[in-house]
Design a protein around this ligand. Structure first.
Ligand code: BTN
Length: 338
């Protein structure tokens, strides 16, 4: 059964825990008494105490105790909806932010929301996923609270054939949000892999409900490896995190705010001016756009060739090595070859 709408999703973080976190974060370094907090958020002092304990168990450094009052030394790196909402004013993403400490997959939740009629711009966030999904039926593995696990629900009035462009839009937004904190310029491997030093630190999974001529809604799922200290051994050769690359931790909250602001900007650009500016920007920042020797693996075949730009719909063009001309690639894996 699909979940109910905004604010009442099963498993979502209690709005009052969010309120407590926001209150503490906005008054960081000021001591606030348990009684005052209880009054502000409309619960008993015992409840405040229990939630403070919960926040502590999640790694938020809340100092003090009920009698003396509470304070935090710095804003915790939890993707709390109220904190985000203030900073996202003026974008489509400020009003419906659903946060989970744990869920199966933010994309699954957002698809259910789409089905249940949730409005454009809903955001689903998780600290942890038990069934994170990647492209081509793969799983997306991410250590709890180390990265960004975010899905947005959009309802663009574009034909379903243009949906692949949403992946490019999100890729550009995520690349730009992370670029200034990385030491080298990140690359995008068509259609959705964010790479630094040739290894992947982020990916995008776009899913949708559409009829041949009408897109009902799309969910853009974005996963970014931010503060992982190391990747699982089987992924170390191909995957990385921002922290592994820079040697320092990064604020997920600030990155997410930048990501959603950029997404709003690129999305509006796409709606107002179509694919041209998106493709132009992709050409500027992706070394895979043209002239890259690659192996393409689709559901049907595997072959090598050289990338030859994108079609207006975002489909990749590859000039085949076997002389059979230029192939449009709708979906598939792209790997650089020598
Ligand atoms: C890929 O590169 O294969 C795409 C990975 C997409 C992962 C994100 S994490 C948030 C959202 N929820 C999911 O289950 N998947 C996407």
């Amino acid at each position: 059964m699909p979940p109910k709408l905004a604010g009442t999703l099963p498993g979502t973080t209690d709005r009052r825990v969010d309120a407590l976190l926001t209150l503490l974060a906005e008054n960081a370094t000021i001591v606030i008494s348990g009684a005052k907090i209880a009054k502000e958020i409309g619960v008993s002092r015992q409840q405040v105490f229990r939630w403070v304990e919960k926040l502590r168990s999640l790694g938020v450094r809340v100092k003090g105790h009920a009698r003396t009052g509470y304070h935090i030394e710095r804003v915790p790196d939890i993707l709390a909806p109220q904190l985000l909402s203030h900073r996202l004013q003026g974008t489509a993403f400020s009003r419906r932010i659903h946060h989970f400490f744990k869920t199966d997959s933010t994309n699954t939740v957002a698809m259910h929301l789409g089905e249940a009629g949730e409005a454009h711009g809903a955001v689903v966030l998780a600290e942890d996923q038990t069934a994170g999904r990647g492209r081509a039926g793969r799983t997306w593995v991410a250590e709890k609270s180390a990265g960004i696990l975010c899905s947005v629900l959009v309802r663009p009035a574009v034909p379903p054939a243009h949906a692949p462009l949403l992946t490019l839009v999100a890729g550009l937004a995520a690349r730009e949000a992370t670029a200034e904190e990385l030491n080298t310029a990140p690359d995008i491997r068509w259609p959705n892999d964010l790479l630094v030093g040739g290894r992947k630190y982020g990916g995008i999974l776009t899913e949708m409900r559409a009829e041949p001529d009408r897109l009902h809604y799309a969910v853009i799922g974005i996963g970014i490896n931010v503060n992982q200290l190391k990747m699982p051994p089987e992924l170390q050769r191909i995957a990385t995190s921002m922290r592994i690359e820079t040697g320092r931790t990064h604020s997920r909250l600030e990155l997410l705010i930048r990501l959603l602001r950029n997404l709003d900007r690129y999305y509006n650009l796409f709606l107002s001016e179509g694919s041209a500016p998106i493709l132009r920007r992709f050409a500027e920042v992706s070394s895979y756009y043209r002239g890259k020797h690659v192996r393409i693996t689709t559901a049907r075949e595997s072959f090598t060739g050289t990338t030859a730009g994108l079609e207006t719909s975002g489909v990749l063009r590859v000039a085949r090595d076997d002389g059979r001309g230029v192939e449009p690639i709708l979906s598939g894996d792209v790997a650089e070859v020598d």
